[in-house]
Design a binder for this molecule. Structure first.
Ligand SMILES: [Ca+2]
Length: 509
């Protein structure tokens, strides 16, 4: 935004006419915000594995997300939001603590989160906020720092889920994205205090095995979803890690992922709708005996349609929440964030899943709306991290940011003023290996233009990508003499980042 001229800004506002009145209402005579000292509510919406290239406000070629786009049109969209360790539970721990995985203790999905440590919900609670956590938690220990919590056990299931509400198991009939949203709305409607609140609203969708809800079983039936350019990537130009992973559509995807085996826990009515949606196509598939690229193409269509159907339900349900905020008057003083715990491969490089520091899984969608505080339809390309969220929420709540948190408040950026000393590079570290999907341990640095990665443990390989000339990261230029100076410079910066974040884990840089 700060790079837009006033004329461009006004033009953008024209495109977001619905947002303009809301924005204007909050402007004082001098054009400053009229919010005064009133502390904003915070609604943090996080889905699971929703890649930014599956939101239309990010230019998706494969789906439309009108309700999520609304947050972008009425707030700020970040184009360089990254996670620090691209896997479910560790991302959640980073968000709660504002600390890297090696500091908060949750480096992989196997460990248990130590809920006795400092988290931003605890600090908000101490500062007089009412706090709630609803949906996928995935940290193995009970939530701490929340006045109310209602979570899925572990990964949860899509259909007829059990939730654990303040320690009590509850069986629900229905689709998980609706169930989680219902619980959030019930909590919001039942509130009786005048306290500001912070609600964490975490969807399970669109996590594997991508089971669509009853309302979207037939969405995309009559279309062929465009394939990613790298669907048939052969990994030449990259190191052993890209060759030796186990997350390809061709080999790794199983019959349950592909809905050739139905979910076990459907009601008879749900089963009927399910069979009607998948039955005829499955029968045709079993008879066709597809092989090679043709088989990959079929699997890609089945996978991506189901993934997008799950997102359609997230989008609808975010719309329900936004509507409620409008009707209740809460929209005016509530920060609404939409993000995902990390990105995902949508057939890019022939893959599904995440874990790698390559772009598709490193990058998260990040949309933030708050009328009067954040300009509508603004776009920012600074490097921001999930490590920054805790600090941002504390900043907006007027709570001092503890010195041991490792990120930085996004508030100045959200309000249109990127600090001169904002980070120009980010540090990443992935640990879960050997494990499912066989993505080797690695850490690295990403700047606006370059990415240097070091794979270690049972390997010692470096890769360098020039994102300007090779945005799809198809050819490592680590050994290209033309890039020798860049390699030396980035290695020095990487060492500095490891020292700054006190990361002594993994092989030395
Ligand atoms: Ca995830």
């Amino acid at each position: 935004m700060q790079k837009q001229s006033r004329r461009e800004f006004l033009k953008t506002l024209g495109l977001a006419a619905g947002s303009l009145s809301m924005w204007s209402r909050c402007l004082g005579a001098a054009g400053t915000t009229a919010q005064g000292g009133k502390r904003p509510n915070i609604i943090y919406i996080m889905s699971d594995d929703h890649a930014s290239h599956a939101l239309s406000c990010y230019g998706s070629k494969i789906n439309k997300t009108p309700n999520l786009d609304r947050i972008a049109n009425e707030g700020m969209r970040f184009t360089n939001a990254f996670c620090t360790n691209s896997i479910c539970a560790p991302c959640r721990a980073v968000v709660l603590t504002g600390k890297y995985s090696h500091i908060n203790g949750l480096t992989d999905n196997v460990a248990r989160f130590d809920g006795s440590q400092q988290t931003f919900p605890k600090l908000l609670q101490q500062a007089g906020y009412e706090t709630a956590m609803v949906g996928k938690w995935h940290l193995k220990t009970d939530p701490t720092g929340f006045d109310y919590w209602n979570i899925l056990p572990g990964q949860g299931v899509y259909y007829n889920p059990v939730t654990i509400e303040m320690g009590q198991r509850k069986q629900h009939t229905g689709y998980v994205t609706d169930v989680i949203t219902n619980s959030c709305l019930e909590w919001l409607k039942a509130r009786t205090t005048d306290k500001p609140f912070c609600l964490m609203f975490h969807h399970k969708a669109p996590h594997r095995e991508w089971e669509p809800g009853p309302a979207h079983l037939n969405l995309y039936d009559d279309v062929t979803v465009p394939e990613p350019e790298t669907l048939f990537d052969d990994y030449s130009g990259r190191g052993r890690a890209a060759h030796e992973q186990d997350m390809t559509i061709a080999k790794t995807m199983n019959r349950k992922d592909l809905k050739l085996t139905p979910p076990a826990n459907l009601t008879s009515e749900q089963k009927q709708a399910w069979d009607a949606a998948y039955g005829p196509e499955n029968e045709a598939f079993e008879q066709a005996n597809l092989q090679g690229d043709e088989l990959v193409r079929w699997k890609y269509q089945r996978y991506i349609k189901d993934y997008l159907r799950c997102i359609a339900s997230v989008d609808d349900n975010v719309g329900r929440l936004l509507d409620y905020l409008d009707e209740s008057g809460l929209a005016q003083n509530t920060i609404v964030i939409y993000t995902s715990d990390q990105g995902f491969y949508l057939g890019d490089h022939g893959w599904f899943d995440k874990r790698f520091m390559y772009e598709e899984s490193l990058r998260m969608p990040l949309l933030v709306r708050c009328p009067g505080r954040i300009r509508p339809a603004s776009v920012n390309d600074d490097i921001v991290l999930n490590l920054d969220f805790a600090e941002t929420f504390l900043d907006y709540a007027g709570v001092p940011i503890p010195a041991d948190m490792q990120g930085r408040s996004l508030r100045p950026i959200l309000e249109g003023h990127t600090p001169d000393d904002w980070r120009t590079s980010m540090y990443y570290h992935y640990y879960e290996y050997p494990a499912v999907h066989s993505v080797k341990r690695h850490y690295g640095i990403r700047t606006q233009r370059y990415k240097l990665m070091h794979f270690y443990h049972d390997i010692d390989e470096w890769e360098l990508y020039d994102l300007k000339t090779d945005p799809q990261e198809l050819r490592s230029v680590y050994s290209d003499p033309k890039y020798a100076d860049i390699v030396a410079e980035l290695k020095a910066q990487l060492k500095q980042l490891r020292a700054r974040y006190n990361d002594t884990t993994g092989a030395p840089a």
